[in-house]
Every structure is written in structure tokens, then in C-alpha cells.
Design a protein around this ligand. Structure first.
Ligand SMILES: [Zn+2]
Length: 238
């Protein structure tokens, strides 16, 4: 992966032009699928990243809730925010490539496992949106996002040192008014268990924690995606 990383940082344009030929895992770190980790391509408008994240949240919540089978094609799922990406990803000569089973459970393509992995991907994306080298949340109101960062110019060790920020977890009593990924993840599980549909409250609930600051709230913001703060770009000082 790191070999790919250095290569991609140098050749972003080449990569962008041939995107569909790279595995999704690579795209998740260096291409248009960085939103899976609450990140974005450098220069991307935060609004677009946010829309893709909400689209992915809808897909993973609905897959996780059993709305689709492993043979449903990504192209056939009606989620406008993902339609463009699905089309770009799907090779013309292999329209079945991104069946949901392939996307979420490549080894067994089993419906149950696919549902679990999809729901895990949702939790992962939300958790990443609170990680220091993934996105900048507003200090005054952490429900709001200021910027998404771009991974290719980050240092992998600098990035990783902030991926286990325990203060968010220890904040995670079950008080529902606290903004942290533990409470949000717990509530998403509850919604799923209770059979709440995406459009009947889940979307609205999640949108509270995936929203951008407005310009009225702070004139710096929201900012186009960029590599991130210095501590994410270099090796940590020992
Ligand atoms: Zn991640």
C-alpha cells in the first residue's frame, strides 16, 4: 500500500484518469473513495464529500438492514449521491463487477456477512470523521465539520498516531446529547434493530453529525480539502 501511496502522491492526474482500473482499496486511500474514511481528494469541495458520505451511509445502512441481496448491482441501487461513482467504477465489459456481495464480502458473498460488513463500513466512516488526521471538526461544536483532509501527502505514522483518540471514547457515556462516535454508533445499531427505515429518521439523525459549518458561523469555513495539519504530514517526533 505504501508503494502505491508514494506513487499516487506524485501522479494524481494519471491516477484520476485511470481510476476504474485501480482496486477500490487503493481508491479509498488515494482516490475518489477517500470519503470512506471521511477524507477527500485535495481541492474537493467539502459539500461533495459530505454528499458522498451521506450516500455511502444510506447504502451501508440499507444493506446492513437487509434491503438488498448480495447479487444486487451497485449500479441498480437508487442513491443519487453514489450514482456517478458507481458508473465510473463499473467496467463496461463487466457490469456485475460491483454487485453488493462483491463490494462488501468478496470472499463468500454471503448475504448475512455482507450486511455485517456494510454496517461496519458505516461505523468506520463515522468514527473516522472524528479522527484528527481525517477531518477537522469545529472546536466549539464538534457536530460540525470544517474540512476534510487528503491522504496522499500525509505520513502514514503521523496519520495513525491520532486514530485512537480515547478522549472521544471516554466521553462516550450513553448520554445522547454528547457528540461522539460511540453514542452515534450505538444509536445507529438501535435504529437498525428497531427496523427504522433510512428515510424515517436515520438520515435526519446522522445528518446532525455530518454537517458543515456555515460561513456565518466562521468566515474561514468550510474549507476545500487539503493535506491537513503538520502533525499529520510528518513522522511523529519520538
Ligand atoms: Zn478509515
Amino acid at each position: 500500500m505504501m508503494g502505491y501511496g508514494k506513487l499516487r502522491a506524485k501522479n494524481q492526474r494519471v491516477f484520476a484518469a485511470n481510476e476504474s482500473s485501480y482496486p477500490l482499496l487503493i481508491q479509498g486511500h488515494f482516490g475518489s473513495f477517500q470519503f470512506l474514511h471521511a477524507m477527500a481528494n485535495e481541492g474537493d469541495k467539502p459539500q461533495e464529500t459530505l454528499e458522498r458520505m451521506m450516500g455511502w451511509a444510506e447504502l451501508t445502512y440499507r444493506v446492513g438492514s437487509g434491503e438488498f441481496t448480495a447479487t444486487t448491482r451497485l449500479n441498480d441501487v437508487d442513491i443519487p449521491a453514489l450514482a456517478q461513482l458507481a458508473t465510473r467504477l463499473t467496467p463496461k465489459n463487466n457490469p456485475n463487477k460491483y454487485q453488493l456481495g462483491y463490494l462488501f464480502d468478496i470472499s463468500t458473498r454471503n448475504d448475512k456477512r455482507m450486511r455485517e460488513v456494510a454496517f461496519g463500513s458505516l461505523q468506520h466512516m463515522i468514527q473516522d470523521s472524528f479522527a484528527h488526521c481525517h477531518a477537522q471538526r469545529d472546536e466549539k461544536n464538534p457536530a460540525k465539520i470544517v474540512a476534510f483532509y487528503a491522504y496522499p501527502h500525509q505520513n502514514s505514522e503521523g496519520h495513525a498516531q491520532f486514530d485512537n483518540q480515547l478522549e472521544w471514547v471516554s466521553n462516550g457515556s450513553h448520554a445522547n446529547d454528547k457528540v461522539n462516535p460511540v453514542v452515534i454508533g450505538h444509536n445507529l445499531f438501535k435504529f437498525k434493530q428497531q427496523g427504522v427505515k433510512w428515510d424515517n429518521g436515520v438520515k435526519k439523525y446522522l445528518a446532525q453529525y455530518l454537517q458543515l459549518v456555515t460561513e456565518e458561523e466562521d468566515e474561514r469555513k468550510p474549507m476545500a480539502s487539503y493535506p491537513g495539519p503538520e502533525e499529520c504530514l510528518s513522522k511523529p517526533q519520538k
